[in-house]
Design a protein around this ligand. Structure first.
Ligand SMILES: O=c1[nH]c(=O)c2[nH]c(=O)[nH]c2[nH]1
Length: 309
């Protein structure tokens, strides 16, 4: 994918783009309901503009300022609401088809979690509040129309107060941690998944398809972490829960070919406070010291056999 060249027997690779282009876009329905997104868009173009590096000739450069303007121009052209994924594909496709020297385009979008508010139990027509977890997407489009599409959720912080344990691990002279079948399990999920669509022409045309997918993936991750509302599900380790979550995503969504999960283990430490004379606080699965550092780091990816992450 890189725009690499041979220069005096040396290999030269280059790309250029515009990062952190901030955009808000509002769509208004005839009934007076407003829809809005806030995006942070980053673009990087692989293009044949080698002369700008070696001959002070800028005649092949697509100015990064023009890339920034294109974000707003294309947002204006979207008369109907689009998902971050569709907008990223639309931009990348534009850059690779509009400019002969652009061989591939990389577009990343981070969406802010604006959520419609309810007032008196009723969804507000034009009122939004900021939620917590972030939706991001990353596409690479080549001139040929080939596509790589990834999406992710970041900052999905979840906690359960029981149905978690950790026992039977390596026990040696460095081990102080007791076995337990009763602890708090808390983590901040980062999940990145790759869609199996490998060309622009194979992408589903249904409006907001990827926005729905994002919401559904989030639901599957959350449901698998917690289990049923009554009784929940036992977690034997963060590792085990991570695998269950990844498997649930691949089982449920045939067009997702791989998923990577990062689950830090945000420890809630039992509080026991002893004086010389007596126990001031005796831990009975009730009083904890929440910590976020140090934290455990558990990461894995699960892919269908033929797929790359
Ligand atoms: O679920 C866990 N996995 C670990 O690898 C680990 N290590 C640790 O100290 N506590 C835990 N918990």
């Amino acid at each position: 994918m890189s725009s690499d060249s041979q220069l005096d027997g040396l290999k030269f690779e280059q790309r250029h783009g515009k990062s952190r282009v901030r955009l808000g876009r509002v769509w208004r329905s005839k009934q007076g309901v407003h829809f809005m997104v806030e995006w942070n868009v980053s673009i990087s173009l692989f293009s044949d503009c080698i002369n700008s590096y070696v001959r002070d000739d800028n005649s092949d450069i697509v100015a990064t300022d023009s890339m920034k303007n294109t974000v707003y121009a294309k947002a204006k052209e979207c008369s109907e609401q689009v998902s971050a994924e569709d907008f990223a594909i639309l931009l990348a496709k534009h850059f690779t088809s509009f400019y002969k020297q652009v061989t591939a385009a990389f577009v990343n979008i981070v969406e802010k979690p604006w959520e419609r508010v309810s007032v008196d139990g009723q969804p507000h027509q034009h009122g939004f509040k900021l939620g917590s977890e972030k939706h991001t997407t990353e596409v690479v489009v080549k001139k040929s129309g080939s596509l790589q599409l990834r999406s992710s959720i970041q900052g999905l912080t979840v906690l359960k107060t029981t149905k978690s344990g950790f026992e039977g691990f390596v026990r040696d002279r460095y081990t102080a941690l007791p076995d337990t079948r009763e602890r708090i399990l808390a983590t901040e999920v980062t999940a990145t998944w790759r869609y199996s669509y490998e060309s622009i022409s194979s992408v589903p045309q249904k409006s907001l398809y990827f926005a729905e997918r994002y919401a559904d993936v989030k639901q599957v991750l959350v449901n698998t972490f917690f289990g049923p509302p009554t009784g929940g599900v036992y977690s034997a380790s963060v590792q085990s829960t991570l695998f269950q979550m990844a498997k649930a995503v691949l089982n449920r969504f045939p067009d997702i070919s791989s998923v990577e999960l990062k689950l830090p283990n945000l420890h809630f430490l039992p509080v026991n406070i002893l004086s010389k004379e007596n126990s001031i606080v005796k831990f009975e699965d009730d009083v904890y010291l929440p910590t976020d550092e140090p934290h455990g780091t558990i990461e894995a990816s699960l892919s269908r056999f033929w797929s790359k992450m």
